[in-house]
Design a protein around this ligand. Sequence first.
Ligand code: NVA
Length: 245
Amino acid sequence: MEDTARVLGRFYDGIEFRGFHQETAEDLARYSGVPVWNGLTDLYHPTQALADVMTLMENTDKPLNKLKMVYMGDARNNVANSLMIICAKLGMRYTAISPKSLAPDANLLRDMQAVAKETGAIISISDQLKDVDGADAVYTDVWVSMGEEDKYEERIRLLTPYRITREVMQKTGNDKAIFLHCLPSFHDLKTQVGKETFEKYGLTEMEVTDDVFRAPASKVFDQAENRLHTIKAIMVATIGRQEDQ
Ligand code: NVA
């Protein structure tokens, strides 16, 4: 990767890495000499988190430091990690609700709780659905992330009680609460994965019910659009920075 990074750095003004290993993104950044943007790794999804915050700002009438974000599902995946980080940095409330075995990594949680002390954020974890109470945004992601394709059976068993349903949205007690998802999503039987999961396990929906996904409170396509705007902002903010220094 060191040699590849040096070659790519001579061809391009910036590189977006979307792949498996976080280390690869870091090596590219270390050796290419150009800005490297993490477009998704096994550990983090920071550019998604920026689009998510933009979506929150567009769809709620509270300042970020008064907002409660609840992530429910596989709370130790790349998307959940980056959400916890951005919420900690921006002084937001973040609650990860998951079975204990899928709770956020203890070191990351400790680090983000330390950041929270500086920013005023409140970062907590729970395995209880009732802690969705007061959420301004309820976020979920697929139950099986990249590289874990052999885990469907286990995840379905662990995460079915944490599916985002209309009842979960009602439990927020906030009729303005929005639903967020980074996509792709398995909310019906129109995908290959959806069909296979139905045939094998009898599930018609996985992490979110179709009615919640399609409801007016669902802002998933705003999020998808905001990926474009936030990536452009990141490029403007970073390209050419090396030469300036
Ligand atoms: N957690 C998902 C994110 C997809 C954008 C995955 O890693 O597959």
